[in-house]
Design a protein around this ligand. Structure first.
Ligand code: 13P
Length: 251
C-alpha cells in the first residue's frame, strides 16, 4: 500500500476544498492507493461530512499535546477525533522553524496522538546547511531519537515517518532519488537497530519536498518508500491525481 498525503498548509477556503473533493472522491482508488488529505483546521469538519462514504482519510496538520484547557489558539486530539481525523502531521519543518517547536514538544505531541488513536505522520529532515556540513544523518538520528523517546515499541511500529529535507520544501528542488533513498534506508535501519532488535519492523517512510507529477515515478522507485507527502502539487486536482496515479494505469 502506498500513501499519498496532501498537505494543503494554509490554503483553500471551504468552497474550494469541497469543490476539490467533489471531483476527487469520485476517483476510483485501488487497494494500493491510500489517499489522506491534511487541510487547515477550519475545513476538517466540513470535509469529514463530505468524505463520509469515501475511502479518503483526513489528517490534521498539527495538534497540541494536552486534552483540553487554557491554550488559546490550539487544537486538542479530542477535537480532532470529533472531526473524524485519523492522522496528524507532527514536527513539520515549518512548525519547527517558523513556530519554534522543539523536539521535547514534538515528542509529547506524538505520545498524545497515540493516546487518542490518531496516527502521527512524524516529519524529520535536514536543512541545506546541515547537509553541506555533512550533518544529515546526525540531524535525522537526533530528531528520531528525541521524537520517539516516549513511544512504546507498538506505537513506533504504527508511526508514519516523513523524510522532508528542508531545502526541498517549496523550492522546486526535490531530493534526487539517490539522496532520498540513502536517507530512507538510514531511517529504516536506525529504527530497526534501536527499537526492534529482536524482530523485523516495517516502519512506514514517506518522502516530501517538491514532489510533482514529473518526479513522482522516479521517487516511488527507490527502496523503502511507502508514499509521499505533497505540498504545492496537491492543491490542484489534476496534479495530485497524476501523483496518485503515477503508474499510469487506470485501476
Ligand atoms: P512542497 O511539496 O510544496 O515542496 O511541500 C512539501 C511539504 O512540506 C509537505 O509537507
Amino acid at each position: 500500500m502506498k500513501y499519498f498525503v496532501a498537505n494543503w498548509k494554509m490554503h483553500k477556503t471551504c468552497a474550494e476544498a469541497l469543490d476539490f473533493l467533489e471531483y476527487f472522491k469520485n476517483i476510483s482508488l485501488s487497494k494500493e492507493e491510500y489517499v489522506i488529505i491534511a487541510p487547515p483546521f477550519t475545513l476538517l469538519w466540513p470535509l469529514s461530512k463530505s468524505l463520509q462514504d469515501s475511502k479518503i482519510k483526513l489528517s490534521a496538520q498539527n495538534m497540541y499535546c494536552e486534552d483540553k484547557g487554557a491554550f488559546t489558539g490550539e487544537i486538542s486530539p479530542i477535537q480532532l477525533k470529533d472531526c473524524n481525523v485519523d492522522y496528524v502531521i507532527i514536527g513539520h519543518s515549518e512548525r519547527r522553524n517558523i513556530f519554534h517547536e522543539d523536539n521535547e514538544l514534538i515528542s509529547k505531541k506524538l505520545k498524545k496522538a497515540f493516546e487518542y488513536n490518531i496516527t502521527p505522520i512524524f516529519c524529520v529532515g535536514e536543512t541545506l546547511e546541515q547537509r553541506q556540513k555533512g550533518l544529515t544523518f546526525d540531524t535525522i538520528s537526533n530528531q528520531l531519537s528525541a521524537g520517539l523517546a516516549k513511544l512504546s515499541e507498538d506505537e513506533i511500529s504504527k508511526i508514519i515517518i516523513a523524510y522532508e529535507p528542508v531545502w526541498a520544501i517549496g523550492t522546486g528542488v526535490n531530493a534526487t532519488p539517490e539522496q532520498a533513498e540513502e536517507v530512507h534506508l538510514f531511517i529504516n535501519s536506525f529504527i530497526q537497530k534501536n527499537y526492534f532488535k529482536n524482530k523485523n519492523s516495517d516502519v512506514k517512510i514517506l518522502y516530501g519536498g517538491s514532489v510533482t507529477p514529473s518526479n513522482i515515478k522516479d521517487l516511488m522507485n527507490i527502496s523503502k518508500i511507502d508514499g509521499v507527502l505533497v505540498g504545492g502539487a496537491s492543491l490542484q486536482q489534476e496534479s495530485f491525481l497524476k501523483i496518485v496515479k503515477y503508474k499510469g494505469e487506470d485501476k
